[in-house]
Design a protein around this ligand. Sequence first.
Ligand code: FAD
Ligand code: EPU
Length: 336
Amino acid sequence: MQIEENISLKSFNTFGIDAKARRYASFSSREELEQMISAGKRSPLLILGGGSNILLTRDFEGLVAKNEVKGITELHEDEEHVYVRAGAGENWHQFVQYCLKRDWAGIENLSLIPGNVGASPMQNIGAYGVELAEVFWSLEAFHLKEMKTVTFTLSDCAFGYRESVFKNKYKDQFAVLTVTFRLRKKPIFHTSYGALQEELEKMGVKELTIQAISQAVINIRTSKLPDPKQIGNAGSFFKNPEVTKSKYESLNEKFPAIVGYSLVNGNYKLAAGWMIEQCGWKGFREGDAGVHPKQALVLVNYGHTTGKQIYDLSEKIAQSVYGKFGVQLEREVNVV
Ligand code: FAD
Ligand code: EPU
């Protein structure tokens, strides 16, 4: 284990924010993490994956510990499912590709989401009609204060839309070490998301496969979302807000073009990107902080902005959306 001091985190976060870590090290096993914690007692700790869902607003006066726990293991199978365990430090999309190669179905709609396996349960990653919760079986996490490993099952995680216990009740308390997935041997295709259907048609897909769905998702994502290698960003900056039916109806009367859809609980989910665009922010730029010209839900770093500038911009956006629509936006990105 090698601990570096005062290093720049610019290449460790997809926003490309040049904040510093007082100390930085990576760990590839529970034992290494334990040693690291023991060596730096009482120091604040930030567990880092691919850095694709964080906004660094300041230097981190503690230890940044990058999770590099690797390995993919097929645990067992039954008639319908295969149970696969992956190390938290495995790259998410490479794990998706590993499963596609073996015809293990369930995560094809989640292709090309940046980041690592270990962060996937943090916000119950989701895209194109599928959420992690649908394939999640269990995870092993290390309690950073009590120094013990705990197993979490599906119900323990209390997954919701971009939510889990790890973002709430247990925030900053655990390091996820491994995640076990229950994947299907025979696929159930999820193609109801409008853009996905259109793309599959455009591709001329005759016989649906999980590989075709993955390719369609990749095509949509590369055409819609900015590549962090080109422009710093962390995907959707805000969540899509949920409002009551009566709130939705009154908004719909005033703004007939509003984008929203009903949920099983009777509430409505609104497209935050549409509301932000209506407030005139799409393509906005102030210094190097901006709102992507093609996707208003994505805030971007054009080069040398600070996390504080991005945060301040997000504050102004949320205020103007509240002013126009009376809807409070909540950040999806983890602010550090
Ligand atoms: P990080 O950014 O490193 O960490 C995120 C949070 O989890 C931090 O609070 C960190 O402390 C904590 N954390 C990370 N790893 C661990 C661990 N092993 N144990 C404990 N805590 C940990 N998300 C979606 O849900 N759907 C999308 O479609 C989507 N599209 C995106 C597109 C782009 C272009 C980008 C840049 C991001 C997108 N995201 C999306 C957000 C992001 O990719 C996911 O949230 C991803 O799971 C984050 O993984 P990460 O390893 O980069 O996490
Ligand atoms: N829209 C606009 N203007 C914009 C952006 C979007 O009007 O500038 C409208 C679109 O026209 C569309 C609707 O908003 O009618 C939804 O847009 P899109 O399909 O692009 O999805 P999104 O709501 O912006 C969500 C997730 C993404 C996920 C996609 C696909 C959230 C916060 N974001 O984006 O996840 O990939 O759906 O499922 O739920 C992420 O979490 O980081 C992320 C990228």
